[in-house]
Design a protein around this ligand. Sequence first.
Ligand code: FES
Ligand SMILES: [Fe+2]
Length: 456
Amino acid sequence: MTGKTIETLGPGEARCPGLSTRDIVMADAAAPPGEFMADHYEFMGSDDVSYDAYLSPDYARREEERMWSKVWQMACRLEQIPSPKDFIVYDIADTSVLVVRQNDGGVKAFINSCRHRGMQLAKSEARGHAAVIRFPFHDWTWDTKGELMAIPCSWDFPHADKAAFGLDAVHVDMWGGFVFISLAEAPSPLRDYLEVIPDLDLPLPMERRHIAYHVQKVLPANWKIAAEAFLEAYHVLATHPEGLAFAGDANCQYDVYGKNVTRFLHTIGFRSPHLVGEGNEAEILQGIGGGAAGLSLRPGERARDVWADHLRGAMGQQLGVDLSAVSTTQMMDSIEYFCFPNFFFFPGLTFPMVYRFRPVAGKVDEAIFDLYFLKPTPEGQDAPAAPETVYLGPEDRFIEAPGMDARLGYIYDQDVENLRQQTRGIKSSRKPGQTLGNYQEIRIRRMRETLAGYVG
Ligand code: FES
Ligand SMILES: [Fe+2]
């Protein structure tokens, strides 16, 4: 932007005036690895993006046929199926998949449909343990590798050749303790699909974390409307103004890598550029938790550095690991990676969230939102088995979910209220599409372009 005025900047070149995320991170007492300093933005045009994809049942059918059947999607975490013969059901639109832990620690996945007369082994979202895969209708039985073991009254099925009656396998691969499946016949390797993600330099790898809490809610909106609301921080000013005194918003950094992966990096411990005047560092330290921890500032210190330092000591001790070299941004900022079509995770040490958004079969304006909070697993320990999922219907509020963090529940409820009103408004709109910001909403544009590449 050097030397240019707002009038002479090219499209996509303008940024929020004031301190950028990069300025803040560069001044940190502990600098991050290169990938957290780098900028990956490209202008992708300013055309409106059609609403039709949210509303049309035909579009939803094409998504299922052409996109969900091709991509890699996060089916579960390993700690949801910790022992051999544990299984979980992952449904995507009309397709149901059975994910099964193997004796050797690996994972296989099968279409969740009996090769006799099509019954499901287990219902959507079920999780359990079974020595064999026995379908409840007539007890046809497979082993956990998917090979047919037994047909009751087999004299009646001389035409059912055991070798040809294995369960229909789907591709499985893993990264970071997440199990991914692909329904494609010959998908590209997961490692390639995840673009920059496998190469992230993380002080605490995602496989060293475990699900501490999982809530699943039916949202009153198309799965894309829901996912898009979590791709930008532009809405923080209007929707979550309580955070402005302690966190960035309009100065959030947005990065676009390949077709699948994007990121935002949103600094904590610095006031929003929307607030006029210098922040008072002592007040910021109070607001981000320093007061309760008995911290204070020496002259010239930034709240952000003092808080990160505190976290390094306190979390390091709790986890039995040395975090003294971890950068400030990885210690405390809200860093969100997205992988198309619906997988979000936060690799920083303070923000625990993982999101997944899925369509509901046959309903264009409902989505299933899985919200997981991951906790680091202390050194030398195995991840505990995942807790039971808390289920919320379309009208249930996050803040009332048993076990939910009240502060975060309040924020997610604010987001859900937007989704409901946005869906109603889009249905009434005479304007056929949404007008996106060139910078702050670039991740939405990328997601929709990638989707259009599959669906047309
Ligand atoms: S449908 Fe599976 S045992 Fe009959
Ligand atoms: Fe939000």
